[in-house]
Design a protein around this ligand. Structure first.
Ligand code: GLP
Length: 268
């Protein structure tokens, strides 16, 4: 894992945007894995700003989102399709035919839908760069604690903690789904690069467990310890429980020097 600690959430977003930009500029047919939640909103703002300034084009980009609520109408403002439309897709030149979410509509079979999503990712050539947030309980996507580390796209029942963490996003009277389709942990592990963003003190404990705890299904994000190219971008608050901050800082300074001497190593 490469752990990079920034002074604030804005710098985390700028750094994540830099990863996306580098992929888009390097590969003619980039495949980007996207996340929802509050954390990546600032990343999407940054990408929209760069697009508007003419520095970035999404014309050839394909995207796969991590998750989507079960049986939700895509037009529902609470759907992750709507989230992506509002925060990114409608502002940039992406072809929405090339944007996918793991949907499962009323009457569709979650198992078949999960397998089809896996197939679609494979057909696109696999995910080059997967953006991730982290839940307060260590979940990635909607892979809740106890999710198999070998899991693939499937339906999951959300934990009470996740339902209550996300209840802030629902207005009174709005139905909050309790089940979702999500990429599995093995699906995420297949991405060539993974960039996880975590900001705020409410993530500090989960971040600590992900980085310094044992690899365990009880902290699904800890599976990233087994990923060859996992980059963790933190603000000071999210990093506050970590004990080796000086080492991470030093290692990153050394890495920067290596990049100056040899260029980026990223191999998409
Ligand atoms: C959500 C999503 C995750 C996200 C996490 C944290 O429920 N399924 O992909 O990373 O919870 O969200 P937030 O960034 O709002 O804290």
């Amino acid at each position: 894992m490469q752990i990079i600690i920034y002074d604030n959430a804005q710098q985390v977003a700028q750094s994540a945007a830099q990863w996306v930009k580098e992929l888009i500029n390097k590969k003619p047919d980039p495949v980007l894995g996207l996340a929802t939640g509050s954390t990546p909103i600032s990343l999407y703002k940054e990408l929209v700003a760069q697009y508007t300034a003419g520095q970035l084009s999404f014309k050839n980009v394909s995207t796969f989102n991590l998750d989507e609520y079960h049986q939700i109408d895509p037009a529902n403002p609470q759907s992750y399709r709507s989230f992506m439309h509002q925060n990114l897709f409608k502002h940039v030149d992406i072809d929405t035919n090339n944007t996918s979410l793991p949907t499962c509509a009323v009457g569709e079979n979650p198992r078949t839908q999960g397998l089809a999503y896996e197939q679609k990712i494979k057909q696109a050539g696999g995910i080059d760069l997967q953006i991730l947030g982290i839940g307060g309980n260590g979940h990635i996507g909607f892979n809740e604690p106890t999710s198999s580390l070998s899991s693939r796209t499937r339906i999951k029942t959300l934990t009470q903690q996740t339902i209550s963490d996300n209840s802030r996003l629902f207005k009174q009277g709005e139905v909050q789904p309790t089940m979702a389709m999500t990429m599995g942990i093995a699906t995420i592990m297949d991405a060539r690069y993974v960039v996880l963003m975590a900001t705020g003190a409410s993530k500090a404990q989960a971040v600590k467990e992900m980085i310094t705890g044992g690899v365990s299904a009880m902290c699904p994000a800890s599976a990233l310890q087994m990923h060859e190219n996992a980059i963790v971008l933190l603000d000071q608050a999210a990093a506050s429980e970590l004990g080796e901050k000086n080492y991470y800082q030093w290692a990153n300074n050394e890495n920067r020097k290596l990049i100056e001497d040899y260029g980026y190593f990223h191999n998409y």
